[in-house]
Ligand binder design. Structure first.
Ligand code: SF4
Length: 192
């Protein structure tokens, strides 16, 4: 690949789930849309409206393409809250007890792109967990920004030819769609 690839924030989420999964997506082997994903698209507008109401947003833009700071992707919505833009990502699942780092990092990548695109500080983003109706605020801390930029660097290495090796993860691999590409992992899981 020539030039500097812009990184989709959902790839940042996938990399933090498993670098090998991010590699398969970059290689063109992405999981086809699942029933859950299709359902997610159907409830998306309703979910964005519910989150915007809960947050008292002054303005809502749906399915916004954000590009900047090395990231590009379409976020579910950009809300305007107290005059400032704030990306919103919708998840169809209920709110987990602790918000997973991959979810925080995905929103943070959208925040960095929004900052560059709008030329304004974007300090907050949100995840809306549609099944439980919870909105969670994500703050762009220095640690979170550093993590996202680090992951983006690792993803660029994959685009440049680096192949991360799959590593057995008992809580992730058994239900992972990409397991069929991880031959050694499949064998290891079968033995567990
Ligand atoms: S099977 Fe395991 S190692 Fe392979 S992509 Fe999935 S989570 Fe990663």
């Amino acid at each position: 690949m020539t030039g500097r690839p812009c990184i989709n924030p959902s790839l940042v989420r996938q990399y933090l789930f498993c670098p090998a999964a991010a590699y398969y997506i970059i290689a063109g082997l992405a999981e086809p849309p699942t029933e859950r994903m299709r359902r997610g698209r159907e409830v998306q507008r309703e979910a964005v409206e519910a989150a915007a109401r809960a947050l008292g947003a002054e303005d809502v833009r749906y399915s916004v393409e954000l590009r900047g700071a090395g990231f590009c992707g379409v976020v579910d919505a950009v809300l305007t809250i107290n005059g400032r833009p704030a990306p919103l990502e919708v998840k169809t699942s209920p709110r987990p007890r602790r918000v997973p780092t991959p979810h925080k990092a995905q929103v943070a990548a959208y925040m960095l792109a929004a900052q560059a695109q709008y030329g304004r500080a974007v300090q907050r983003g949100y995840v809306y967990y549609a099944e439980s109706g919870d909105v969670v605020e994500i703050r762009l801390t220095r640690d979170l920004r550093d993590l996202v930029l680090h992951v983006a660097g690792r993803i660029r290495q994959i685009y440049a030819g680096y192949t991360p090796q799959p590593a057995v993860h008992p809580s992730k691999c058994p239900g992972c769609w990409y397991r069929k590409w991880c031959a050694d992992i499949s064998r290891a899981i079968d033995i567990i």
